[in-house]
Design a protein around this ligand. Structure first.
Ligand SMILES: [Mg+2]
Length: 220
């Protein structure tokens, strides 16, 4: 465990903050192996061979298509447990688009990313989490994620011990919607200016949180 020391920059960062809200994927945890490698293994189990770079390319495209679909939804970025499930099914179907076994590949990947061993801690995020705790601040996580997040948070470091865990599927909104941040404010009972978001995505985390009146800082 990293030793938490509050340097001047961190002290300044936390001034006036009540709760530090962390993004999850890319901020506190990341997939291990990579998403492309996990897809490759799941495909291979169904007799489908696809090179990792090709999977990565197709995944980015499919991901962007689903992001665009959420942006085009009315209201924009509204979501649900069903939508979060469908998003991943549609991404798998697009990555393996000519393959008849997509249902089996999807089922395997859904289970895979719900297992603690599919994730590893992000050291930079862990250090900021330790600093927030050392400063006596409340910590929470808020993520574009689904019903797998809470069970994972009970098992995967450094999420263990964080009891304020918010997933878009349950909030009904995805980042970057302002309504996502407002839903978190209500759950925490805090004003936007008392909240600091730490995340890895300039658009979904940092710009979106600032637009909602929060403070925000990148994990890197
Ligand atoms: Mg992220």
């Amino acid at each position: 465990m990293a030793t938490a020391t509050l340097d001047a920059r961190t002290t300044d960062l936390f001034r006036g903050v009540h709760t530090v809200v962390f993004d999850v994927v890319g901020t506190l945890i990341e997939p291990t192996p990579s998403v492309a490698r996990a897809y490759q293994i799941a495909g291979r189990r169904q007799g489908v061979e696809l090179a990792e770079p090709e999977i990565a390319r197709r995944f980015s495209q499919a991901w962007a298509r689903q992001e665009a679909a959420d942006a085009a939804a009315r209201p924009a970025f509204s979501t649900s447990q069903q939508r979060e499930h469908d998003r991943w099914r549609l991404i798998v179907e697009e990555v393996f688009e000519w393959v008849p076994q997509t249902a089996a590949i999807f089922a395997e990947l859904w289970d895979h990313f719900g297992r603690p061993e599919a994730w590893q801690p992000v050291p930079a995020g862990c250090r900021l989490l330790e600093s927030a705790r050392a400063a006596g601040l409340e910590v929470a996580v808020a993520s574009n994620f689904d019903e797998r997040l809470k069970p994972l948070a009970n098992l995967v470091e450094p999420l263990v011990g964080i009891d304020r865990v918010f997933a878009s599927s349950e909030l009904g909104w995805r980042k970057p919607a302002a309504a996502f941040f407002q839903a978190v404010e209500i759950r925490l009972g805090r004003r936007p200016d008392e909240l600091l978001l730490i995340g890895d995505d300039p658009r979904l985390d940092l710009s979106a949180a600032r637009a909602a009146g929060w403070r925000a800082v990148g994990v890197g």
